[in-house]
Design a protein around this ligand. Sequence first.
Ligand SMILES: [Zn+2]
Length: 131
Amino acid sequence: MKEDTPEIHQFSVSLSTLDGPKNETIGRVRIQYFSNHERAIRGIKYGGLCLLLAAGFILIPLLHFILVPLTALASPFVGVLFSRQKSVLVGGIGDCPVCSKGFLITKSIIPFPVTQTCKSCSGRVRVDFKV
Ligand SMILES: [Zn+2]
């Protein structure tokens, strides 16, 4: 069975301040869930990219003595790490709890809570599932 459309779900989240006075706003995020097949493909893809990187490091004089074995040894771990990742935060929007301007939630790994920085006021914002 081949699925071309990724499984993306929307959730309401709370955006709260980490510093200064307590404030909370509501936002929405999109989370992509991976099937077992997609997870296996991602593991192979990122593990393979790590091996390609190791091959590329061969061209760098002196540093290749460290970088080539390091990235080559890391590739199976990177592959396993990505194959175990069940979901990823694709992005979202909300209002900044610090400055009340529009807040763009950028791509990030799960699990929640995620700490992100507002581009308008540089305030640190904690994004978590709404309770
Ligand atoms: Zn802000």
